[in-house]
Design a protein around this ligand. Structure first.
Ligand code: 5HM
Length: 341
């Protein structure tokens, strides 16, 4: 088969790639201290890129981080302050303790390069509005100059995102030089398909397919045990757990992202605390209300160090997000158990 194998949701592609790299690795590598099993040049296509979350108890995906990272990209940011609150391990990738460089993909995509008037993203949107069939809607991210410093801790893994408007739908093809199949792939697909959906809204197009291609697809030896457990769970559960991820509202514009990040900052810095009722009254679309609910739950976990979060707020989450939160965070598991009594 010369085209990428097709999956409906990211979960199927994720499990298939874990199986491939675990059972049929092409080689064992050891780069920058990370021993890993590797397969070269793999790809898959998602027919419904909105189905961007896996529901596997052994994987415990973190929807709080997923949305935080997607919004951090969409807002064109690179500050460690915001993103390390959700993923402290990212601090190790910052050369100056203030910003991320290579992996701050949104900074590259959503800000004008030095001397330019438009961001690369805005330029591609304008191009596709004028010539929908164009093949030039490419958003490069990796830059050769990142390799000039041999000690650079943060070289972009994303080579670029290609937007293609075809038949009234916006498709995306993503090229990654390297992808950690267990740790990087899920958050990358989540965020890039969010960028795709956001772009489709700006172009007034329906969401098309998402194709993901990887140069070095690998599973680090350090994660081999968890990977085995995930593969076992996927192979032995009676039925997959499925929830439908809803569509991003068509009213989403840059001001929506900025407004969400005002709430995010107030919660991250513990200046405000919200109830479910308060969040419903913020004037946000219900889709984005869910994200503010996730940020408030995370505030309770981080700042209040609650042993059980607000059960009313947890119950207000969409069932899929609730399922993930209850598996990821003990304070959510505890609140759900209390609510069930
Ligand atoms: O040594 P190297 O720069 O390739 O290490 C980066 C590691 O992070 C690789 O395992 C790569 O696959 C993973 N990674 C990822 O999967 C990193 C980033 C951040 O750029 C990412 N996805 N988004």
């Amino acid at each position: 088969m010369l085209t990428a194998p097709t999956f409906r949701s990211v979960e199927g592609a994720y499990v298939a790639l874990l199986q491939l790299a675990t059972k049929e690795p092409e080689q064992h590598i050891d780069a920058r201290g990370n021993a890993a099993r590797e397969v070269m040049g793999v790809s898959f296509r998602l027919t419904d890129p909105r189905q961007r979350l896996p529901y596997l108890a052994e994987r415990k995906a973190n929807p709080v981080f997923q949305f935080a990272e997607a919004l951090w990209y969409l807002a064109g940011r690179r500050d460690l302050e915001m993103i390390s609150y959700y993923a402290p391990s990212l601090r190790a990738s910052s050369a100056d303790g203030i910003n991320l460089n290579g992996s701050a993909y949104g900074y590259t995509l959503f800000n004008p390069a030095h001397g330019a008037e438009q961001s690369p993203f805005d330029r591609v949107v304008e191009l596709l509005l004028n010539e929908p069939d164009s093949k030039r809607g490419y958003l490069p991210v990796f830059s050769a100059k990142e390799l000039s410093d041999r000690a650079n801790p943060d070289v972009a893994c994303l080579a670029g995102l290609h937007l293609l408007s075809r038949g009234g739908r916006l498709h995306m093809v993503c090229h990654m030089r390297a992808n950690d199949l267990d740790c990087g792939l899920l958050s990358d697909v989540f965020s890039f398909t969010m960028i795709q959906e956001y772009a489709a809204i700006q172009l007034d197009l329906q969401l098309g397919t998402y194709t993901h291609t990887i140069g070095s697809a690998h599973v680090n030896d350090a994660n081999a045990d968890r990977v085995r457990r995930v593969i076992h769970e996927a192979a032995t559960r009676p039925e997959p757990t499925t929830f439908l991820f809803p569509a991003m509202p068509e009213s989403t514009i840059p001001a929506t992202i900025a407004r969400l990040l005002e709430h995010e900052e107030a919660l991250r810095t513990n200046q405000l605390r919200y109830s479910a009722e308060h969040i419903r009254g913020l004037g946000l679309d219900p889709y984005w209300q869910q994200v503010v609910m996730l940020f408030e739950l995370y505030r309770q976990i981080q700042h209040d160090q609650s042993t059980a979060v607000d059960s009313e707020l947890l119950a207000a989450l969409d069932p899929g997000l609730r399922w993930l939160m209850e598996r990821k965070w003990p304070a959510c598991t505890e609140a759900a158990a209390g609510g069930a009594q």
